[in-house]
Each structure stands twice: as C-alpha cells, then as structure tokens.
Design a protein around this ligand. Structure first.
Ligand code: GLU
Length: 449
C-alpha cells in the first residue's frame, strides 16, 4: 500500500512551495488508493510554535487536502532515542565537541585550499582518554552519523532519474545537538521506516539529505531497527520560483491567507499547483478526481517551475464560472439564490465580486439622465413590459417592432434604466431576478428623469 507524508516544520506558515509538495503527496496517495500522512516535524522546540501547527492544519483543510492520519515528532522522542541507541551500539553515531566557531574555521580553511568543506572527522580520532576528559569536564557532545565511505550511494529518483553520491564527499551529518535535541535527518528516517512510508516526495533542496538518509536507512535496518527493510522511493521535485525569479512575499510565506483574502479559490490553486512544472497542460479543472487521475511523476520536469500570479488569476476566474451555488452559498450576499448566482457567475473573477452585481438586482440603482427621446422610449417600455417565460426577449422584440430601434439604441437605455450601468450580466437573467414590479418602476423612474 502506498503511504506518503507531508512533513512541515511548524516554524512558520506554509508557503506555496510547501503547499505544492503537500498536494503532490496527497495526489500520489489518492491515485494509488493509499494513505497520506501529515507529520509535524516539531523536534526543534525553540522554533516550533503551536499556532503554526494550527495554521498548517487550517490551510490544508481549506485546500481540501485531508490527511489520513497525523503524527507529531515531539511525541515520538522515545523512538528516536531507541534508534539512536541502536546506531550507537553499531558504531554509526559518534560524539563531537567542536564549537560552531571551530567548525566555521575548518570550513574556511578547506574552502581556502580549494577543497570541499567536508567535516574532517577529527572527533573520531580522539582517544578514549580525550573523550573521558571532556565528559568529566561536563562538556556535552553533539553527535554525527558516520557515513560509510565504502558504501556508494545511488537511487532511482522518481523525478530526477538515476542519482549517485560519493559518501566521502559528504560531511557526516550532525543528528543530535549537545542539549540532546534532534536535528531533522535522523527522526525523519526513523519515522519513514516506522510509518511504512513508501514514497518520499519533496523539494530538490533535500537531494543531499536523501544521500545521507539512505545510509541511515541501511544502518537502521542493519541495527535491527524497524521491521520493514524496504527503502522508500525518493522523488525530488524542482523548486518553485516566482515569475520574476523570486516568489513574492505575499504568496511566498503567508500560508493560504494571502490567497483566501485575494479571493482565490482553493480549486484554482490546486489546479495550478497540480500541473505546474509538469508536461501536462495547466487547465481550469475544478474536478479534483481528474487531476488525481492524470497525476504522474513521470510528467515532472527538472527545470524550476514558474508560479505566475496572472496565471492563477485566469484560472480562478475560469473556476469561479464553474462553481455551483451550494459551493459558494455561504459567501454570497443574503438572498442571492441559485438563479442569482447563475446570472452573475459569468461576470466575476472572484466570488466576493458577486455582491457588487447583486446590488443591481436588489437596488436601489442610480440610472443616468436620459434625453427626451430615450425617456419616451423607456416610458413605452414600461407600458409594454409583460411577465411571461422570458420577459426580456418579449420586451425587446416588442420594442424593436414598435420603435424600429435596434442594437445599442434598443438595448443600452434599457440596461441603464434597469441597472444603472452600461455593462454587466445578461439582461435576460437579470430582469427575471429584478421582478416585474420593480423593473416597471425603474423604467418609469428613468422615463420621468
Ligand atoms: N521537516 C522537513 C522540512 O520541512 C521535512 C522534509 C522531508 O520531507 O523529509 O523540510
């Protein structure tokens, strides 16, 4: 069974890149009939905040990305401890005492010599006495995972194809801080094993983490940690960039609020993010099942995907035109029923604009001043107005015949008198909504000037 996960750290709001990763993991699971987990990576107690956990859940709910389960790393610390002990017993983690300053110096020296800034494993060379002395002095170590330089790292990436890393070109990653807290890498590998994650789909900024984590998986399996010994499939999607190269702050880091406040429909964002950066066309597909059906990692490109706000706006309008009354009823002005929504929907790009047009139905409206000729025409229209199946076509047909007017001359004064505007939703539908009595009153008012 396919099991995917979205693993945000609750140290800030989601940005559109995270949202995309969440969506793709959700789609991957849905398409395979599997499970999608939300994993809150909150091992960094100093930077994690409950308000962000709440916001992440709310954003996913707004998007309709519903997890099949939720896990929190802060509640699983005992499991990481167990894994750590297993690795320690196997000699795959080792204590280090370098300060951040010392490490920075080593980095600079390596770079200065034109060498890759790979950790030199000086702590591994410490004698038992050196270590004992540091411990006796109360110096607490941080811990690194010992990469096996003899074990080449390779995987078939779901997006990037075959990947190869030489472990000797990587620093042994720090997995635990001196205060005992965990860095991201080991708990994540432990959870992926314990939760039976089959596909790890994330941003390409994690490619080198994957290289180290693959050895962690192998080491954990060898140390007897976890029942499963299958490696998940790894896939790294190209990063998302803004139309000018950078994602704007508004869409880059405000969670879904910025979209919601701007009147963007979740379905529009989903339609865009589902296919952006793939070889499939971005289309205003409101039906999520259709996006899920066509989802395929093989269509993902390796070039950065461009997130274009104008494209999102276009999709939004096209999606709004498809939304049903029931889907938007709670966001519409009071009294706006299905017929009202259907009349106005084609004229708006955001649901919030419905109120603007609905005022033409409920009134009061301010018609412009008409010349004598038009005033007579409108008085005549008020007399001719009858209320049948299709009053607008009946009225305009009768006016055409009795006055000889056509085109703009025929229609515009009517629209202006009835709505106060010279453009807007279909008059045939609007007139039905305005009603016979009110329409006649508006025509008479305009005729009287
Ligand atoms: N918490 C990690 C992050 O936010 C998770 C990465 C992953 O998917 O493994 O980058």
């Amino acid at each position: 069974m396919t099991v995917t996960r979205f693993a945000p750290s609750p140290t800030g709001r989601l940005h559109v890149g995270n949202i995309r990763t969440a969506l793709h993991n959700w789609m991957l699971a849905r398409k395979a009939g599997g499970r999608f987990l939300l994993r809150i990576d909150d091992t960094d107690a100093a930077r994690s905040r409950e308000e962000y956990v709440t916001a992440i859940r709310a954003d996913l709910a707004w998007l309709g990305i519903v997890p099949d389960g939720e896990e929190r790393q802060s509640e699983r610390l005992h499991i990481y401890e167990e894994a750590f002990e297993a690795l320690r017993a196997a000699g795959r983690v080792y204590p280090c005492w370098e300060t951040a300053h010392e490490l920075e110096l080593k980095r600079k020296i390596a770079l200065g010599r034109g060498l890759p800034p790979v950790y030199d494993r000086a702590a591994l060379a410490l004698s038992a006495e050196d270590r004992a002395a540091k411990e006796a002095a109360g110096d607490r170590p941080h811990w690194r995972f010992l990469l096996n330089h003899e074990e080449p790292i390779a995987w078939q990436d779901g997006v990037r194809g075959p990947q190869k890393f030489d472990p000797s070109q990587l620093s042994d990653p720090v997995v635990r801080r001196a205060d005992g807290s965990w860095l991201y890498m080991l708990p994540s590998a432990v959870d992926d094993i314990r939760m039976g994650i089959t596909h790890v789909l994330r941003g390409e900024d994690h490619v080198s983490n994957t290289a180290s984590q693959i050895q962690m998986f192998t080491a954990l399996h060898a140390a007897g940690f976890g029942a499963a010994n299958a490696m998940p499939m790894f896939a790294h999607e190209a990063l998302l960039v803004g139309s000018e190269g950078k994602l704007s702050k508004r869409f880059g880091s405000l969670g879904c609020d910025a979209f919601r406040e701007r009147g963007i429909e979740p379905a529009a964002l989903i339609a865009l993010l589902a296919r952006l950066g793939t070889s499939l066309p971005v289309e205003p597909i409101a039906q999520r099942s259709m996006l899920v059906e066509t989802f395929d990692l093989a269509t993902f490109g390796r070039a950065p995907a461009r997130f274009d706000e104008a494209e999102l706006e276009r999709l939004n309008a096209a999606i709004v035109h498809q939304l049903e009354h029931a889907e938007v009823a709670d966001r519409l002005p009071a009294g706006m029923d299905e017929a009202g929504w259907h009349a106005i929907r084609p004229n708006i790009a955001h649901v919030g604009e419905a109120a603007h047009w609905w005022r033409l139905v409920t009134g009061p409206i301010a018609a412009p001043a008409f010349d004598a000729d038009d005033r007579a025409y409108l008085a005549h229209a008020a007399d001719l107005l009858t209320w049948g199946d299709d009053p607008w076509h009946a009225l305009t047909a009768a006016l055409k015949q009795t006055t000889g007017r056509k085109g703009k001359q025929l229609f515009l004064p009517l629209r202006q008198a009835l709505t106060g505007m010279d453009h807007g939703p279909e008059m045939a539908q609007l007139l039905g909504l305005i009603g016979a009595e009110e329409a006649r009153a508006r025509l008479r008012n305009a005729a009287e000037g």
